[in-house]
Design a protein around this ligand. Structure first.
Ligand code: T46
Length: 142
C-alpha cells in the first residue's frame, strides 16, 4: 500500500461564486482528525521536516503559494509540488518527509490523526532506515 500520495478534493462552487472544499471523515479523510496546525512565513531558503512519524498520519494542504515535499517510505521516493488548495498530500506513518522551496506567502495546513507527541517523531535518518528496513523484512517473512 502506498504511504504517500496526492488526493484531489472536490471544490463546490464556480468561478463566479468562489469555492468551498469540505473535508470530512471518510470524505476523503481516512482518519479521525485530532489536530490541525498550519505553517506560514517560512523563508524561501528554509527547509523543514526531516523526520518521520512512527504512527501519525497526516494530510498536507498548501492553502497559498507553492511548497515542495520530498517523501521517502524506505522504498519509494517522490517530490511533490503542492500549489493548489484543491489537493492534499497524504503522508502515512513511517514516511521520511522534507519540506522546501516555500514561496513567499506560502501557507501549509496540516490535518493530523493524533495530538502532538514528540515521542512519535523519528528525527534521525539512520534510525528511520533501521526501523523501516526491519518493518519491510518482517512483512516479507510474514
Ligand atoms: C510534520 C510536518 C509536516 C508543537 O508544539 N505542536 C505541534 O502540533 C507541532 C506540529 C509542532 N510543535 C512544536 C515542536 C517543535 O518545537 O513546534 C516546533 C517545530 O516543529 P517541527 O520542527 O517538527 O516543525 P516541522 O515544520 O519540521 O514539521 C511539522 C510537524 O511538526 C510535523 O509533524 O509532519 O510539519
Amino acid at each position: 500500500m502506498n504511504k504517500h500520495y496526492l488526493i484531489n478534493f472536490l471544490p463546490i462552487g464556480n468561478e463566479n461564486t468562489g469555492y468551498i472544499i469540505a473535508l470530512e471523515k471518510n470524505k476523503p479523510v481516512k482518519f479521525d482528525i485530532k489536530r490541525v496546525y498550519y505553517i506560514h512565513s517560512v523563508p524561501e531558503s528554509m527547509q523543514r521536516g526531516f523526520h518521520a512519524h512512527k504512527s501519525i498520519e497526516q494530510i498536507l494542504i498548501c492553502l497559498n503559494g507553492n511548497i515542495k515535499v520530498r517523501c521517502f517510505d524506505g522504498k519509494i521516493e517522490k517530490v511533490y509540488e503542492l500549489n493548489s488548495s484543491n489537493q492534499g498530500l497524504y503522508i502515512g506513518d513511517m514516511v521520511w518527509h522534507e519540506m522546501f522551496n516555500y514561496t513567499k506567502g506560502a501557507i501549509l495546513l496540516v490535518l493530523a490523526s493524533e495530538i502532538y507527541n514528540e515521542d512519535d517523531y523519528i528525527r534521525n535518518f539512520d534510525e528511520f532506515m533501521k526501523k523501516v528496513d526491519k518493518l519491510n523484512l518482517n512483512k516479507k517473512e510474514a
